[in-house]
Design a protein around this ligand. Sequence first.
Ligand code: NAP
Ligand code: GDD
Length: 348
Amino acid sequence: MKKVLITGIRGQDGAYLAKLLLEEGYEVYGADRRSSDASYWRLEKLKIKDKVKIIYMDLLEDSNVAEVIREHRFDQIYNLAAQSFVHASFKQPILTSNVNSLGVLRILEAIRMFSKDTKFYQASTSELFGKVIEIPQKETTPFYPRSPYGVSKLFAHWITVNYREAYDMFNVCGILFNHESPLRSIEFVTKKVVNSVSKIKLGLLEKLEIGNIEAKRDWGYAPEYVYGMYLMMNHNVPEDFVLATGESHSVKELIEKAFSFIDMYLRWEEKDGRFIALDKNGNIRVVTDKQYYRPSEVDFLVGDYSKAKNVLGWEPKVKFDKLIEIMMTEELKELEKLRRNENTILQG
Ligand code: NAP
Ligand code: GDD
């Protein structure tokens, strides 16, 4: 049985990847930083909490990382742990760099010293392309990151490549475009939008407050992307791959799609530099707010996944429309369940 470590086990991708690897017969260890409120809701939701062996490994702690890797000598390590919220990276650039850049180097050093045969996956990102130099973006497109997050991931990307070349290690970088799911954290825009729109539908919220509605992203479905990670790790040569859908949509389109799911159609107006959207009764349902804007933005991303398709046979099936449908259906179901439970408690 192959022994695999997934860092960032409590995150969206960690949960889906753990499920996939358990199904493939791996012994799955999940690295978690200690927390006073250890909630494993994603693993519980996927019904795999009892099957994943949780160990503490904080990427900020050199000796912790080294000891875990020396003790276990995993066959494979997927490094998904990160301070992954771009907006927060402007407020916490040093923490972000320490976790996302040096954290990766800590793992690579430990592998080099104690476990040279461990295969390593690094979670690179389309944020590397930032202010894009080429459309669509592929493996050979030059990088131009636009946030402390993007820059921290640039170091991580190149140090992973460098250790592959310098020490002949099996290291791969998955350059993944945005991928979403019902397990996405609420701070990211897709989940925030589907959550707010579902609440509006249930009468729990009046309007959605949002940032830059003009930014465009290539949004895919997380379970398909973790399958791509798995294919990269099990490919015979260590190489880097882009995973994307090849479609780009604006935040505005995302909002409109989510509202159309609840049969609400919006009319946009611009007032004093802010956008508002009204429903057919003239109620304000969306309003833009500068607090959600970033000091420097990635305006447009769209990926070319043809290398992954040709070499790994990977292809996304869930595109934008289907993705929003999946997320809206699940969000409404969850909120209705919550409301039923609250009513039962109040009546009981
Ligand atoms: P996520 O949900 O934010 O999960 C990241 C995980 O990293 C969290 O569980 C977090 O722990 C953990 N973490 C943070 N700091 C840590 C530290 N010092 N030591 C150990 N663990 C730490 O992110 P995701 O969406 O699953 O993404 C997985 C990876 O892919 C990330 O590296 C992200 O940057 C990258 N990526 C994501 C996307 C995307 O669209 N989802 C696209 C490209 C690349 P807590 O739970 O305790 O906070
Ligand atoms: N989060 C958020 N909240 N984003 C908003 C909002 C808002 O209220 N309003 C507008 N946006 C815009 C952001 O400015 C950005 O242009 C876009 O929506 C997407 O933002 P996020 O969902 O936060 O994702 P991201 O693209 O910045 O980063 C995600 O994808 C990267 C891959 O490209 C994260 O998962 C990163 O970890 C990942 O590397």
